[in-house]
Design a protein around this ligand. Sequence first.
Ligand SMILES: [Zn+2]
Length: 139
Amino acid sequence: METEEIAQHPCRYCEKEIPHWRRNKVFCGETCKYNFHNAKRSMAEESFGDYHRMIKRNYEILNNALGENRYVEIPELHLKNSGFGFDFCTFAMGSYRYCYDLSYRLADHQKKIYAITVVSNERQEEMNQAIKNAFRSFR
Ligand SMILES: [Zn+2]
């Protein structure tokens, strides 16, 4: 049987010794964990690292919503509740935004829906057609 030795180390936030029952953790407790991430977030909100984290988060949200589908419409509220950052993407072209190999489009020109369509790049043409069909059915 393998045993994993974890060296003693101080809490990353308060720098006190981490109690033995949490020795595989980075923080001495949940409060320090929360405070550390909170401080980090507010300190480095505009940093390069956080920009990429936002893109990654967006990608995860889009990818989860997409699932096995080629395209999907996502209500704006769902995106907002998920913490989707509308200003973060890897590439923008016209009304399309890209997050790595996924793309989406803000569909706000029809008052009845506010959706984002996501699809892999190679499905772009199919998606364009699907969007047209979807909008046609809303008229
Ligand atoms: Zn601590």
